[in-house]
Design a protein around this ligand. Structure first.
Ligand code: 28F
Length: 399
């Protein structure tokens, strides 16, 4: 007879409460129960497959919308473990699906690069679905387990043998929760899957819509990663040099990737991400990039006498005009500034990105003087145009 626990810790309480809190306040977990929340459910499941890919065990992810109102995500990873969970005495896969935040990585084997929900876990999807069915291919067998509104309705059982491994999750969003709509928008999902493929070079996401109205299929796979992302942004524009500049580095457990390429427009298209989450309000990663960019371009201009001694320094705006760039950082336990998690607050990232970009970009320009020259000319002309516009605004109005 196991000794009665004389204390309950967080996870016990979580198991006791089950997933009721999620159904009571879904907005707390998925932001909203409108279309955005509906799509977040898919991102949460796909993110777990992407995590398995980033851990190096999966390369192929398939997302299918069958004619009924479900959605299926499949990967060729190791398969969620089915052994009995040491503490909960039920299969691990059942713990992952029924205990809040249980899907997090065990041990130090990499960290969860979560998506828009910031890794609340697939148990949230379970709570907000009328049915979830999970098939695990592992140890030469295929297992199945199913849930209704987060509660196990079919215990784990073998359904056959399998010569490959992986996980498949099919879920039917609950119309009691998603009262506005439970119909998926293909283009919204496709845009996010394309972004995930750009941000995680090499992964392949096959997306199929089998609904009769408009059956279609897209494959998102970019070996060039964020350099291809920048080319995609510059697709219909004239670019100042053919290949985006690519910078990457790993400082401790923080990985930094930057791709940048100037085009001939006056707009600035710089997008920053943390663990694959878009941070529209920027933050320390973007600040580190902007600081380094302006510093390196000014230093290069001075060193090669393109900026004369009495020329004013180029401003941040001058150096970002016409720039398409992706700044993507991946780190453990990122600190966000705002509740909407749209701005990165982690202080040390600013210095990490700044040092890396300063080092790598200045080396790149020294090794590619024609690109260096082109960028300086572009920024100096931006500065002159801004200066002329300022003078025109300040000129006394003629009578
Ligand atoms: C269709 C969505 O969810 N794929 C997943 C894995 C693989 C492992 C795992 C997932 C370890 C114990 C917490 C397998 N073998 N696709 C997915 N693939 N979760 S989710 O482990 C879960 C953690 O519980 C896995 C060895 N280590 C990890």
């Amino acid at each position: 007879m196991a000794a009665k626990p004389d204390h309950y810790d967080g996870s016990d309480i979580q198991v006791l409460e089950g997933l009721e809190p999620v159904r009571k306040r879904p907005g707390m977990y998925i932001g909203s129960t409108g279309p955005r929340g509906l799509h977040h459910l898919v991102y949460e499941v796909v993110d777990n497959a992407v995590d398995e890919a980033l851990a190096g065990y999966c390369s192929h992810i398939e997302v299918t919308i069958p004619p009924d109102n479900s959605i299926t995500v499949s990967d060729d990873g190791r398969g969620i473990p089915v052994d009995e969970h040491p503490k909960e005495k039920i299969p691990t896969v059942e713990v992952v699906l029924t205990v809040l935040h249980a899907g997090g990585k065990f041990g130090g084997e990499g960290y969860k690069v979560s998506g828009g929900l910031h890794g609340v876990g697939v148990s949230v999807v379970n709570a907000l679905s009328t049915r979830v069915q999970v098939n695990v291919r592992r140890d030469g067998k295929e297992y199945q387990i199913a849930f209704e509104q987060g509660k196990t309705c079919e215990k784990l059982h073998e359904v056959g043998t399998s010569d490959h491994t992986g996980t498949t999750v099919t879920f039917w969003p609950d119309p009691e929760i998603f009262t506005e709509t439970t119909i998926y928008d293909y283009s919204v999902l496709a845009a996010r899957f394309r972004e995930m493929a750009f941000l995680n070079r090499g992964i392949r996401i096959v997306f199929r819509d089998e609904r009769p109205e408009e059956p279609k299929e897209n494959v998102f796979h970019y070996e060039g990663g964020i350099s291809e992302f920048v080319k995609f942004i510059n697709k219909n524009k004239e670019v100042l040099f053919p290949e985006p500049i690519y910078i990457s580095g790993l400082v401790g457990t923080t990985s930094v990737e930057v791709a940048m390429q100037y085009n001939d427009t006056y707009s600035e298209n710089i997008f920053a991400f943390v663990n694959n989450i878009h941070t529209p309000d920027g933050g320390t990663h973007l600040a580190g990039f902007n600081m380094a960019l302006t510093r390196v371009i000014n230093d290069y201009g001075r060193k090669h006498n393109i900026l004369k001694a009495n020329d004013a320094n180029l401003s941040g705006e001058d150096t970002r005009e016409g720039l398409a760039a992706i700044v993507s950082v991946k780190l453990e336990d990122p600190q966000f500034e705002s509740q909407t998690k749209s701005k990165l607050g982690s202080g040390q990232v600013r210095g990490v990105v700044n040092d890396l970009v300063k080092e790598e970009l200045s080396t790149y320009l020294e090794e590619n003087p024609s690109v260096g020259r082109t960028i300086l000319d572009r920024c100096v002309s931006a500065q002159r145009a801004r200066e002329a516009a300022r003078k025109a605004r300040e000129a006394p109005r003629r009578k």
